[in-house]
Design a protein around this ligand. Structure first.
Ligand code: FAD
Length: 559
């Protein structure tokens, strides 16, 4: 069988299958002579081999314009083969080849596989007997839309939390993908091509045609071209966390000549990467989506030579002589002269019964972006009264039928910026329900309804909805620093002047006080939202990342 899929993958294929090698070669030769420049000619000697080739092409997102199959083949007849080929490529044009007129076969073929043409062998001269037939079929095939899908494909259940996480992961890492429901025809075809079924999903198919069933984030990252392992054992600077503070530190660190690696447990971008629109970041008078901003920062860091490692969680940091050792969740370690902690915060979960079970299946935290398209024409609920909830409401209101903002407080004015409350008030399909709480969520496969309680009257109401987005604040992601790095009562990392309120930090032996963003461990700095008393803004996180690098230089000069 000749199926060179890597040669020119963008050319659609013409597939021919015949068990007689001589005939098979002749068909392929005639086809290549006339169509070889525009089409890839794929030849197989049996139905089984041809099906293997088609499955592979399907997974790679390649197009097949025409299939010519011999009628009489020993293991699998041409009709049986075409029947299975149709499951993979339903719009491909189909031709049956036979050595003599066989009316029964022709009728079968037309009934079973909706045959386009029945061609008698030999077809000499091909200019008269073969090419006119194939020309007409190619014209017909081209008349409909057959855009190739060379990007990553995800096949999953509509309401699966893991499918949602995988799509979110790919989106946040700027990996283009296409989403297929497992019970839709193309999803079924991809499952068939991968030899998978709907019991173990999601299925991810990489642009190279590799199939991953229920992949972990790390597995997925390594197959879609994201770095998951540092290339060296020792760096000048390890940045932990890939939000604005970490990306800022990576850009400034690498651009100023430090051997810099950034380690991120999921995808770069942090909270900012999930913000639909950032209006207050310097230099973007018309606003910018968080994904765009952080993608630019990511590319900028890479351009300056920083290494960006994703899907690796750091679980420990400790001094080890003059080095600082960072430990990953798999037990491996990495050493550096200095560390910047930029681990930000994570979303507080809604405690109402039912929410935990339905998380990712109608109940979403923080990010509304990936799911926004699914909310078109729907009634959407948002919990929270701060800016992030307000931004999400504005974003979702563009597509949703209605957006209800559920707020515990008496008004939005105390918790949300004036410019947002003004915009919300001006949009007809946004309703604000103050003094209200979500007290439970219910649904079997997916969220179906919420119970809301008016905290003044005590009256409860059940509202049908499939979408709840929760923005109720965040807690610092710093538990893993316990016993090593000093934190305040809420877990935020203390640094510089905040550490020295009552004299030098315990165990501090240097003859200088800690630098401004330096923690109680010399050479370990903190930047962004994870720092106590930080501003919780993109600009300040980026600024602190840059400033921490300046202090790293100062630290290294005195090492
Ligand atoms: C929806 C939303 C909208 C917002 N809108 C605005 C706005 O319009 N304007 C504005 O100024 N601010 C806005 N903010 C706030 C702003 O996004 C944050 O202040 C900023 O992202 C903080 O950056 P950071 O790098 O400190 O932390 P984060 O952005 O929280 O990033 C921390 C990163 O560290 C990673 N991490 C955590 N622990 C570990 C670990 N142990 N190992 C490896 N990696 C780890 C996390 O996965 C995360 O990617 C918004 C926030 C949200 C949620």
């Amino acid at each position: 069988m000749t199926a060179p899929p890597q040669q020119q993958p963008t050319r659609p294929a013409i597939v021919t299958v015949d068990d007689d090698p001589g005939v098979s070669r002749a068909v392929a030769r005639d086809l290549r002579r006339r169509y070889g420049e525009r089409y890839r000619i794929v030849r197989a000697d049996s139905g089984a081999d041809a099906l293997d080739a088609l499955r592979e092409m399907k997974l790679r997102g390649e197009l097949v314009a025409v299939i010519l199959a011999d009628y009489r083949m020993p293991q699998m007849s041409g009709i049986e083969f075409l029947e299975q080929a149709m499951d993979l490529y339903p719009t491909t044009r189909r031709v049956l080849l036979t050595a003599y007129a066989d009316t029964g076969a022709a009728i079968d073929a037309i009934n079973i596989v909706d045959l386009d043409h029945y061609l008698l062998k030999p077809w000499d001269p091909p200019e008269e007997k073969l090419y006119p037939v194939v020309d007409a079929l190619l014209d017909a095939w081209q008349a409909s839309d057959h855009r190739p899908v060379p990007e990553t494909k995800v096949v999953g259940h509509r309401w699966s939390a893991r499918s949602s996480e995988i799509r979110e992961f790919l989106a946040r890492n700027q990996v283009p993908y296409r989403w297929y429901l497992c019970d839709e025809p193309e999803g079924e075809r991809l499952l068939a091509a991968a030899g998978a079924d709907d019991r173990r999903l999601p299925l991810v198919i990489t642009p190279d045609g590799e199939t991953l069933i229920e992949p972990s984030d790390t597995e997925l990252a390594s197959h879609v071209g994201l770095a998951t392992r540092p290339s060296a054992d020792f760096y000048d600077l390890v940045v932990i966390g890939g939000g604005p503070a970490g990306l800022g530190a990576a850009v400034y660190g690498a651009s100023e000549g430090l051997r810099t690696v950034l380690v991120e447990r999921t995808a770069t971008g942090g909270q900012a990467g999930q913000s639909s629109r950032i209006d207050n970041y310097l230099g973007f008078p018309d606003g910018v989506s968080g994904a765009q901003l952080t993608d630019r920062a990511r590319r900028q860091a890479l351009r300056f030579g920083a290494e960006l490692i994703t899907t690796r969680e750091v679980v420990g940091v400790a001094p080890c002589g003059s080095a600082r050792t960072v430990t990953f969740s798999d037990g491996t370690t990495l050493d550096a002269h200095t560390v910047i902690l930029a681990t930000g915060v994570s979303y507080r979960q809604l405690a109402a019964p039912g929410c935990e079970d339905l998380s990712g299946r109608g109940v979403f935290y923080g990010s509304a972006l990936t799911e926004a398209a699914n909310c078109a024409g729907r009634d959407v609920y948002i919990v929270g009264g701060a800016n992030s909830a307000g931004q999400a409401a504005l974003y979702l209101a563009r597509q949703a039928r209605s957006v209800t903002l559920v707020v515990r407080g008496k008004s939005l004015d105390e918790s949300m910026s004036y410019y947002l409350t003004q915009q919300i008030a001006a949009i007809d399909n946004i309703t604000v329900r103050t003094c209200t709480e979500v007290v439970s969520a219910r649904g079997t496969e997916h969220l179906e309804e919420l119970t809301l309680r008016d905290n003044v009257s005590g009256v409860t109401e059940i509202v049908p909805t499939k979408w709840l987005f929760v923005f109720i604040g965040a807690v610092p992601h710093t538990d893993w620093l316990e016993g090593v790095i000093t934190r305040d009562a809420k877990g935020f990392v203390l640094a510089g002047p905040d550490l020295t309120v009552e004299g030098r930090p315990a165990g501090w032996t240097l003859d200088r006080p800690p630098y401004h963003l330096e923690t109680n461990v010399p050479g370990v700095f903190v930047a962004g939202d994870a720092r106590a008393e930080s501003a919780k803004r993109v600009a300040s996180a980026v600024g602190e990342g840059a400033m921490a690098v300046m202090l790293v230089h100062r630290y290294l000069e005195r090492l």
